[in-house]
Design a protein around this ligand. Sequence first.
Ligand code: NAP
Length: 263
Amino acid sequence: MLIRGVIGDPIDHSLGDILHQELFHQLDIKGKYSKIHVSMDELENFTSKNKVHEYNVTIPHKERIIQFLDELDSSAAQIGAVNCVKDNKGYNTDWLGFKECIEQNKINVNQQKCLILGAGGAAKAVAYALIKLGTRSIRVINRSKEKKDALENWVRKQGIKIDNENDYDIIINCTPLGMWPRIDESPYNLNRVTKSQTIIDTIYNPIETKLVRHCKKRADKAIGGLDMFIYQAIESLAIWEDSQIKGKIDIRKIKKELRSKLC
Ligand code: NAP
């Protein structure tokens, strides 16, 4: 039987199994998608000895796994993070998931000033997508200065300005602040959000974070992380199946299935 899965630590909270089982069902793929607990100490062993050859990677392994893989696809190499593996080659589909989310929600990134909250794996993938979509500038706010500087330096190297003017057009949360169970937290001072700004939260549990809820109430454009989550999974499946599958998926049905499991 075909076995795919997602590795991480912790892994219990992941909804990857529900999402992929629904995708398998819709595409008539006979297989199982499992949540596999892999600790930091077990990671090297997992990559060399495991019997699962097609899997997703989540916190905290997205960056560390690179050293144990044979090869990287070019976007994963540039982003420096892997969330999808096929036959020991690493890919990044988070950036594709974010890009698709932007396109599906008709958000204009071209020549916009963007603020990214966070500087981890998701933030890098988001920065990469924003650059591909023609952003004018990117500023990063992060808890640790070291990672903030590293991401901003990478952005500069791609020929994109770091803007310090504070009047951002788009703000994207790439930290876990606001994620279940700590749903009362917000990564950004809510009073500072203005009506003209677009807010995107990469968190999908809860479906509406405090930040998204606050902005929606005021009729601002605010989007949660569910679309990104679904589209990164579809892009992973396309790599494993080696075929274009996007047009064959009933996204509404997937959302309904996931919403029933989320708070
Ligand atoms: P990561 O690599 O561990 O990075 C987490 C980032 O958040 C780091 O910059 C970290 O700052 C910051 N951070 C963590 N805890 C914080 C706290 N208590 N206060 C302030 N900052 C904090 O994780 P990741 O893979 O980038 O994932 C980040 C979030 O993105 C996840 O929580 C997840 O919800 C979301 N995500 C969503 C999707 C999707 O498909 N929708 C995909 C990937 C990720 P330091 O540098 O100081 O540690």
